[in-house]
Design a binder for this molecule. Structure first.
Ligand SMILES: Nc1ncnc2c1ncn2[C@@H]1O[C@H](COP(=O)(O)OP(=O)(O)OP(=O)(O)O)[C@@H](O)[C@H]1O
Length: 649
């Protein structure tokens, strides 16, 4: 702790913790990221460099080149701790240093990708003024020469319900504010946004403060420019704005609270129908009347809802349609991004960078409310990634040591056993999370106690057909630019449509990843229950973990320096210019809790007591056989030792 405080006080936000990287959010804009700094790390071994996020990227890249094995970089930490920011630095480093075949992946292109993701997937929350509300994996596929040959993005676990419902004091997705503030008069007229309604069932209102409005206008211009960089045509952009406009109008239309399920204000619903390219009757029937069509078994008990009549209120139906439409928009945006990133170059292996929404606890942001279902989903993903960290750091290490019979010799058995016990404790969490659906409870994340408010959660287990109707509605739209965008785009990915986006990658490696993800959704119980929202969440996380598990994983732990960093205004100042960036501003209690929760100290202890670096014998031979040419000559390069374990004894 002393060491971390000293370093942070000296503007050193990065530290190596054994093989892991720890980064404390500087809450400022330090000048440690530039092309000049990138070149200081180029070609270096990790042991020879200072701790930096670029050192992690370089280490993964070097490993990829020397072993030709897929690498993953997984970012862990609380919401607002800096995962997405570091993810962007990792991508920028790899693309700049490795270069790309025919220079197809410029830094400008990646900047555009992140501008679009930020607009469609981020929002204001009490923990982060610009929080990501979806998980994403950036895959960079490298060719024989070590250059980026193709790239793609897969996204999952989008918090789509946020469009219509969210905790008080939080916002919907940024793009709505950008569009409402930045649309020019022609677009505004076309979307019927000249007159806005004061009340909205979805609580979507334009910014009222001048500076927020100003910023939103700038962001909309930036977003349009980014879309242009990625080759998204004006017509395609228009289709997206039409659907977003329609979602706004659906909120203004609202739904009846009692009696027949229908719109509360038909004139606004009419505008939504017009923008979507259908009639009011068609829209109304898809939202409110199709409720018994295509119903799936419930999460619990397997009862068929169709036999019991519809259980959804009119507002729930409306919300499902809105979130279904937004989910389709998001999926198509990811698909358009991937269209700009794809290439037909042959690639050998990949680096995957995994960024998911950080751990959420409203109590940390001084909120007097229990955490929501969506927050549970983000926490569940973080827990599963944290469990992967345990598995790689403790369980696999222990097994390896057992294999070479060296545990006792080095006296590390006890430490391992202790760590293993902790691992088992964290394993119980997953079971508890399932129990929570039934009983309602609080959960630990590391050392952090989270209270959940489980009201209305059973509704999440049900599958509202209005959400599925959204896809049909868009494909059948009378507006050619809308139907053109949605028809045929997902022909190969229908199984996963609405859950994992971006599986249309063209490289062989991308196709392999897509096939393996599809398998997760189509085998065993998953095939039957995949339409339940809760099961979908689990399957998406399973698919994510499966994808990462096949590779060599590098972990980056991002920490928050103090709780005041959450929400409320912009705490950013140029680093080092204010007393705010010094030693005293670290919240030691918060930092200690995060360190304990991450189990980084246990990992460090094991790293110091055991053999920190190792490689399997075949790899050792591949790397060093040039030093013993007579043996290579005798046995050949591909000679296989039947029992390689014996070599280490
Ligand atoms: N290394 C860094 N340098 C400069 N600013 C940073 C750094 N890390 C984080 N920040 C700033 O901290 C804020 C939160 O960061 P970011 O959005 O990346 O967090 P996150 O962990 O991805 O959050 P969430 O999980 O909620 O999406 C941003 O304003 C970002 O600019």
């Amino acid at each position: 702790m002393h060491s971390l405080r000293q370093r942070y006080g000296g503007n050193l936000i990065h530290s190596f913790v054994g093989p892991n990287m720890l980064i404390i959010n500087p809450l400022s804009t330090p000048s440690m990221y530039s092309e000049k700094v990138m070149h200081m790390f180029k070609g270096c071994r990790r042991e020879d460099t200072a701790p930096h996020i670029y050192a992690v990227a370089q280490s993964a890249y070097r490993n990829l080149l020397t072993t030709q094995q897929d690498q993953s970089i997984v970012l862990l930490g609380k919401s607002g701790s800096g995962k997405t920011t570091n993810c962007q630095h990792l991508v920028q480093y790899l693309v700049s240093i490795a270069g790309s075949t025919g220079k197809i992946f410029s830094a400008e292109k990646w900047q555009a990708v992140y501008t679009i993701l930020e607009a469609f997937g981020n929002c204001f929350t009490t923990m982060n003024t610009n929080a990501s509300r979806f998980s994403h994996v950036v895959s960079l596929d490298f060719d024989q020469a070590g250059q980026v040959a193709s790239a793609s993005i897969q996204t999952m676990l989008l918090e789509k319900l946020r469009v219509s419902r969210r905790p008080e004091a939080e916002s919907t997705f940024n793009v709505f504010y950008y569009l409402m503030a930045g649309a020019d008069s022609v677009l505004r007229t076309e979307l019927h946004l000249n007159q806005l309604k004061e009340s909205s069932a979805f609580g979507i209102h334009p910014h009222s403060k001048t500076e927020e409005k100003q910023r939103a206008i700038q962001q909309f211009t930036k977003l349009q420019a980014a879309m242009k960089v990625l080759g998204i045509s004006v017509e395609e952009q228009k289709a997206l704005w039409l659907i977003l406009g329609a979602i706004y109008h659906l909120g203004a239309a609202g739904a009846t609270k009692a009696g027949r399920r229908q719109f509360a204000h038909h004139e606004w619903a009419q505008k939504a129908a017009y923008l979507l390219g259908c009639t009011l009757d068609e829209l109304s029937s898809l939202i409110f009347k199709n409720q018994t069509r295509g119903m799936q078994p419930l999460f619990r008990g397997g009862t068929d809802d169709a036999s019991q009549g519809c259980k959804f209120t009119a507002l729930e139906c409306l919300e499902s349609m809105a979130s279904g439409l937004y989910s389709e928009v998001f999926t198509v945006v990811i698909s358009l991004i991937n269209r700009a990133l794809k290439s037909s170059q042959h690639s050998l292996c990949s680096i995957l960078i995994v960024d998911t929404p950080g751990f959420q606890n409203p109590r940390l942001a001084q909120q007097q409310r229990g955490a929501t279902f969506e927050e549970l989903c983000h926490n569940y993903t973080q827990e599963r990634l944290q469990t992967l960290f345990h598995e790689r750091t403790f369980v696999q290490e222990l097994e390896r040591y057992k294999e070479v019979h060296s545990c006792r010799k080095h006296g590390i058995t006890d430490t391992y056993a202790h760590s293993l016990r902790k691992l088992l404790q964290s394993g119980k969490l997953t079971i508890l999370i399932i129990l929570i659906f039934i009983s309602g409870a609080s959960l630990f994340h590391g050392t952090d106690w989270v209270e959940y408010n489980i009201q209305g959660w059973l509704g999440h287990a049900k599958n509202n057909p209005a959400a599925q109707s959204a896809a049909t509605l868009l494909q059948d739209s009378q507006k050619k630019n809308i139907s053109g965008l949605f028809l045929g785009r997902f022909s190969g990915a229908t199984v996963l449509s609405g859950s994992i986006a971006g599986l249309e990658g063209s490289s062989q490696l991308a196709l392999r990843r897509a096939t393996s993800m599809r398998k997760t959704f189509t085998t065993g119980v998953a095939a039957v229950k995949k339409r339940s929202h809760c099961i979908q969440v689990k399957l998406q996380v399973d698919a994510l973990i499966d994808m990462v598990r096949r590779s060599k994983v590098h972990f980056v732990h991002c920490l928050l320096p103090k709780a005041e960093a959450f929400g409320g205004g912009d705490p950013r100042v140029p680093h080092g210019e204010s007393s705010d960036s010094g030693l005293m501003t670290l919240d030691v209690g918060l930092l200690r809790a995060q360190l304990r929760g991450s189990k980084l100290l246990d990992a460090l202890r094991i790293y110091r007591q055991g053999y920190p670096d190792h490689m399997v014998f075949s790899e050792f031979r591949r790397r060093f056989d040039v030093l013993a040419p007579h043996l290579t000559k005798k046995h050949g390069r591909n000679y296989i030792v039947p029992d390689e374990k014996r070599v280490s004894l």
